[in-house]
Design a protein. Structure first.
Length: 395
């Protein structure tokens, strides 16, 4: 399979299941039934206020801001499909004609600036451009998704980075303001299109974008470079992303948040959980991809068990200590990759919420899943960082 087509920065849907890609109206109906357009807009500007104002998020449930951002991405993905397959549903891009009697005088005046790059006032504008085509001509879905989650981490006061958080995300005030106004316009346009009714929407049963559906196993967060050489991501993961020495305690803390009410009323930095979930999804996608490419077996063949390395894998069977690849196989047998990603999304929502929590009847399943996740992470570390049986490098 050519995995490069799944690059996270390419323009394609990344948050829709197959039936939603086939019938985009389902998504708009869900989003605008859940909240009115006014509530959608208010939520967007609440997010912006949280980005700029320290500790403003304390006045809200962090899960609500996360769900808002997830819905914004789903809206963007849906409107991208509509723009591609039913562009006529979008409104013509607004232009304000100069109808004053002095328009010729202004044209003459503006020609003074022609050498400075001033546009010819008589140049014909693209009359076929719409609100959606204008947005997607200037905004790639992939970068838009990345920006929304960056803004969410800023709003929820993420603190995992060593530098200033605004510098870390390279956020400039003019870009951020422009992004929010563009998204606001997209919400308004989405609602207008939704009001046309289901009969106006196309059936996309055979469109090629169904291969990007999130209810199938495929990468969603990996760049071209990562897709081409996933081993680089796996080998560097515990150097630049998560500390293996604190994985056990860190996952236990995250699991506890699934059950604890009102935690964020007294705690800080919920944005760190957004980063944690993203790191875990990238690791899962990377190891899955290496497995698909047959690259993991070479690591297992060169693996040599060492007491120091095995000290972090206390829950392993004797066979798994000799062959950590078994723990990875068990992980993907327990759940397929796309279901793991859906489960992490669910855990993130519950752990960010002050009130919505996992019910006790599901506690046993949650314990099993966390145990599988811990063993998977430890197995990855063992294969990537333990002493090798030979001195041969792994290609």
């Amino acid at each position: 399979m050519k995995y490069h087509k799944f690059c996270c920065y390419k323009p394609y849907p990344s948050s829709l299941i197959k039936k939603e890609i086939e019938s985009p109206y389902l998504v708009l109906n869900e989003l605008f039934t859940k909240r009115t357009m006014k509530d959608f807009q208010n939520g967007l500007w609440t997010l912006q206020r949280n980005v700029y104002k320290d500790h403003e998020w304390k006045n809200y449930d962090p899960a609500d801001l996360y769900i808002l951002c997830y819905d914004l991405i789903r809206l963007t993905d849906t409107l991208w499909l509509i723009n591609k397959y039913s562009p006529g549903l979008s409104s013509p891009l607004n232009s304000i004609p100069d109808e004053s009697s002095d328009s010729e005088l202004m044209d003459s005046l503006n020609m003074l600036f022609a050498r400075l790059g001033n546009k010819d006032p008589h140049k014909e504008k693209d009359k076929g451009q719409t609100v959606l085509s204008n947005f997607f001509d200037n905004n790639y879905n992939g970068f838009n998704r990345s920006d929304i989650y960056s803004y969410l981490q800023l709003a929820l006061d993420a603190s995992y980075m060593q530098s200033n958080k605004y510098d870390y995300f390279s956020t400039q005030d003019n870009d951020l303001a422009s992004d929010f106004f563009n998204i606001s316009e997209l919400i308004t346009e989405g609602y207008k299109i939704y009001q046309y009714g289901a009969h106006m929407f196309p059936d996309l049963l055979s469109c090629k974008e169904t291969k990007f559906a999130i209810d199938y196993d495929r990468p969603t967060l990996l760049s071209y470079e990562c897709l081409a050489k996933p081993s680089d991501v796996a080998e560097d993961f515990f150097t630049y992303s998560l500390d293996i020495n604190h994985i056990n305690t860190g996952l236990k803390a995250w699991k506890k948040l699934l059950y604890e009410n009102n935690f964020w009323k007294k705690a800080n930095n919920p944005g760190n959980l957004i980063h944690l979930q993203e790191c875990l999804v990238k690791l899962i996608e990377t190891i899955w991809l290496m497995h698909q490419k047959g690259e993991l077996q070479s690591y297992q063949n060169n693996y040599k068990a060492a007491n120091e390395a095995l000290s972090i894998a206390k829950n392993y069977s004797s066979e798994e200590q000799i062959n950590p690849f078994l723990a990875i196989q068990s992980f993907f047998t327990f759940k397929k990759m796309h279901k793991w990603k859906m489960l992490l999304h669910k855990w993130l929502t519950y752990s960010l919420s002050n009130s919505e929590k996992i019910t006790p009847k599901n506690q046993h399943k949650t314990e099993l899943a966390f145990r599988q996740l811990l063993k998977f992470i430890e197995a990855t570390h063992l294969l990537m960082h333990s002493p090798k049986q030979t001195d041969n490098s792994i290609n």
